[in-house]
Design a binder for this molecule. Structure first.
Ligand SMILES: [Fe+2]
Length: 205
């Protein structure tokens, strides 16, 4: 067992909880309550099989920006960077989401079946999108919180207009809410959480 990675994973989870706890917005208290119920003991720690994706080319730029928002959190992400298992939905393809999408998208679980701690029907992770992308309308039964650590991402709910979100602002999607994300000239790095009903994956509309 890699005890340093375990400690760093717990540092990252604590940093995310502290950062969210300092904010106000729908869903934050639900995420923090569910997070507090997770087993983050040393015994529960599992080293994921790290995997990389092309979108990680943008991670240094994103971490540089995140450092300005929350230096502790950005440093904690960097500390576990080599242990993360970056993944993509098997249902997503460039033909569905636009040329180059799969080279500019990925997520990694921190808590979850592919994360450092398995979690109890609860996911906490990181999402990345490269510049100029449109992660189009999708939905899932899990209530979801996004916390963009970078600036200038655009978010749409119920197929409504895209609204530019400030760096560090949180976005809450109640169950089955249709939502979409766009990026402009800069890539997106966000913390995300599914608080329950995590077995059913996202579906594009
Ligand atoms: Fe979602």
């Amino acid at each position: 067992m890699d005890s340093e990675l375990c400690e760093n994973a717990r540092w990252l989870i604590g940093a995310a909880a502290n950062g969210l706890g300092a904010r106000e917005g729908p869903g934050i208290s639900e995420v923090l309550e569910r997070l507090a119920a997770q087993d983050l003991s040393v015994a529960a720690f599992r080293e994921p099989s790290p995997t990389s994706l092309p979108v990680l080319d943008h991670l240094p730029q994103c971490l540089g920006e995140a450092m300005l928002l929350d230096a502790n959190l950005a440093a904690a992400i960097a500390a576990v960077e080599d242990g993360l298992q970056w993944r993509q939905s098997a249902a997503y393809s460039d033909s569905l989401l636009g040329e180059g999408f799969t080279a500019n998208y990925g997520w990694a679980e921190i808590i979850g079946p592919h994360g450092f701690f398995p979690g109890d029907d609860f996911l906490l992770g990181l999402l990345m999108l490269g510049p100029g992308r449109h992660y189009r309308d999708h939905y899932h039964p899990a209530p979801e919180l996004y916390w963009p650590l970078t600036s200038a991402s655009l978010w749409s709910r119920d197929s409504g207009p895209f609204v530019e979100w400030p760096q560090g602002g949180t976005i809450w999607h109640p169950p089955l809410t249709v939502h979409a994300t766009r990026t402009g000239e800069t890539p997106l790095l966000a913390v995300w959480s599914w608080t329950r009903d995590t077995a059913t994956p996202a579906r594009l509309t």
